[in-house]
Design a protein around this ligand. Structure first.
Ligand SMILES: *Cc1c(COP(=O)(O)O)cnc(C)c1O
Length: 393
């Protein structure tokens, strides 16, 4: 790699789907990461809520290395222990009944949607195929999860998308009920905290109301916990903060702490919909990804989750009402900061001052590793506060 110009070569050979920051990262440890020039950054992005315990965490790395040196992949034609153990852990900690493993958030949602449609087809008839989703949502980049995503900006030039999706406004029970009443609905999917949509937690009354409506109309209730799951909000899964019981929970991002793993958890209503041959994934339940996820879940205990809540309070109290900061939204360590200045400019200034933060809509989004030391978090917030201040003329 000596002499390789990373940025030029990237531009020459990698499809131009990403507007990358002007920095090439080469190594990390915990909540710190270094670029090709040896510059240090505090990371409040965690690879978009993926690196649950930061970079090169000792326990995580050891677990991955051991599994890699033992059995890295078998295909789903054979039994392996790590994915079985992981599925058992997920079910025991959520009350869900079965798990299907895949490799990404989009695939976890594809499986959720397939489960809802298959349930409805068998129970109510093939014509019950409509999936109700929320405006401002994000569910992935495949043609079906794009159809579920209630933001037109992602659809442009990719139509026709998978048919059978209807998006309704957030926190509007009547709008959803109208669709439930007048169309043949199979399922309803929501992010408890809309991530890409600007880090917006849904209203509690809305979530509990939707759970009731789904029960009343026998509609499969799906929670997309790809971003807000796995301890991110201070509960193992965000729906647990709202006292509802979804029929399907999909997750990915933070589940395996930095390796690609999607999981679709199926509750009582849909646990039996899939039969041999009805769904599959070559890499799904890969032993290394599963072993890593076991080590992540083992550490997401009450103590850690309480620390997430405490750090959340620290962030909100430190930033609320500060010069240049208009609002702080979110839940746990999933925070959106509305700044007076353009969020992109604030983010660039943070980068220049050694802090990685990202954007969600018009906000600065914070998704730190869940175990970020308090001193580093405090230091990072000082950088952010300084960057958000408006320059005096
Ligand atoms: C990131 C995200 C996805 C898509 O996950 P991929 O792993 O990129 O496919 C789906 N839903 C939500 C809520 C997300 O945040």
């Amino acid at each position: 790699m000596n002499g390789l110009n990373i940025k030029q070569t990237d531009s020459a050979y990698i499809a131009h789907t990403y507007a990358r920051f002007d920095v090439a990262l080469v190594r990390g440890k915990g909540s710190l990461v270094w670029d090709e020039n040896g510059r240090e950054y505090i990371d409040l992005a965690a690879g978009i809520a993926v690196n649950t315990f930061g970079y090169a965490d000792d326990v995580w790395a050891d677990c991955v290395a051991k599994q890699a040196a033992t059995l890295q992949h078998t295909s789903n034609l054979y039994y392996t222990e790590p994915c079985v153990k992981l599925a058992q852990m997920l079910c025991e900690r959520t009350g869900m009944k079965k798990v299907f493993f895949s490799n990404s958030g989009a695939e976890a949602n594809e499986c959720a949607i397939k489960a809802a449609r298959k349930y409805a087809a068998e129970k109510k008839g093939q014509e019950y195929s409509t999936i109700v989703t929320l405006l401002n949502s994000f569910h992935g980049r495949t043609l079906t999860t794009l159809a579920a995503t209630g933001q037109d900006v992602f659809h442009k030039d990719f139509t026709p998308l998978t048919p059978g999706f209807v998006s309704v406004p957030v926190n509007d029970l009547a709008a959803a009920e109208e669709v439930f009443r007048t169309q043949k609905v199979a399922g309803f999917i929501m992010e408890i905290v809309q991530g890409e949509g600007g880090v917006m937690p849904l209203d509690k009354d809305y979530v509990t109301g939707m759970a009731k409506l789904c029960e009343q109309y026998d509609v499969v209730l799906m929670c997309d916990e790809v971003q807000c799951g796995n301890g991110r909000t201070g509960a193992l899964y965000a729906y647990m903060n709202y006292g509802v019981k979804p029929d399907v929970v999909s997750t990915a991002k933070g589940l395996s702490g930095g390796l690609p793993l999607g999981a679709t958890m199926l509750g009582e209503k849909v646990e039996a919909v899939f039969t041999p041959g009805s769904h599959g994934s070559t890499f799904g339940g890969n032993p290394i990804c599963a072993a890593a996820a076991i080590s992540v879940l083992e550490r997401l205990d009450d103590k850690l989750l309480n620390e997430v809540k405490q750090k959340s309070t620290l962030i909100i109290e430190t930033l609320n009402g500060q010069p240049g900061i208009e609002a702080v939204d979110g839940m746990g360590l999933m925070i959106g900061v509305k700044t007076k200045k353009d969020a992109g400019d604030v983010i660039k200034k943070c980068l220049a001052n050694g802090l990685l933060v990202i954007k969600a809509k018009d906000k600065v989004r914070l998704l730190p590793p869940l175990n970020i030391p308090q001193e580093l978090l405090t230091k990072a917030l000082e950088v952010l506060k300084e960057a958000a201040k408006e320059e005096q003329p």
